[in-house]
Design a protein around this ligand. Sequence first.
Ligand code: SF4
Length: 161
Amino acid sequence: MQPRVGISSCLLGRRVRYDGGHRKAAALLRWRVRWVPVCPELEVGMGVPREPVRLVGARMVSRSGVDWTARMRAFARRRIAQLRRLNLAGFVLKAGSPSCGIERVKRYGPRGRPSLRGQGLFAAALLEAFPRLPIADEARLADPTARAEFLRRVKAYARRS
Ligand code: SF4
């Protein structure tokens, strides 16, 4: 049976981004896996199109100041509980997103200065819940060697579980 791998929905080509676009990652979609799409911002109720959100300190805030932090954290808990039942063998997340980004996400400090020290809220919850699961972003997997190695880890994980 093909391994199940979670993925940020926009990487599958679904038009779920804040502006109604997608970020289809064609090279990944050749893998023989069963994709499990998740779009935290759509699924938490932000809609499409929507106001972009960003990280301000530990909070997730929209451009007009709506604070989504508590709702996104609660959503992540619920969605991760569902994902646990699917025996995922890996997860590919969208780089740079305040929801899905694994590392180096833009985060604004108290004086409005950005740094690249943030982590997406959904990604942070996922990494905490599945510390051994192969998880990477599509930027890292743009490299063919990294891609092949990640897929090898996914298959090894699937065999173990
Ligand atoms: S990066 Fe994550 S939250 Fe943003 S559109 Fe893609 S799946 Fe949705």
